[in-house]
Write a protein that binds this ligand. Sequence first.
Ligand SMILES: [Zn+2]
Ligand SMILES: [Zn+2]
Length: 137
Amino acid sequence: MSMINSTAIQACGLKATPQRLLILKHIEKAGHISIEQLFDAVQREFPSISLATVYKNIDALLAAGLIREVGIVRGKHVFEIAKEDHIHFICKRCGTVTDIRPRKEILPESLTGPLPGEKEMVELNIYGICNSCKNET
Ligand SMILES: [Zn+2]
Ligand SMILES: [Zn+2]
């Protein structure tokens, strides 16, 4: 079931351009995707698109809260469709990012005590070696 359509984009105050729809489609399909992978995928269907345009659209989609950025190993980021707070398992070997639904609401205050500001979203990453990488050795 796709959450991404023109109506969802317009509801966030953005124009639903073909480029935006294509970018969102590929982010949704991949689950988590880097800017390079996204550019490759989008360019296959929309050869005239430039990397600068992809970046501009990513910025607009981030600002509108439709997608979010996940911080990954060595400063690399991937993008995903915004959804409820969840936990990422990130494989240090193959870079695969897996969404894990927490058993209960993620409350950072339970780890840290009172926060020095208002919480907007929580990002929690667990790094390790995924089972398929583990089985290869
Ligand atoms: Zn792996
Ligand atoms: Zn995720």
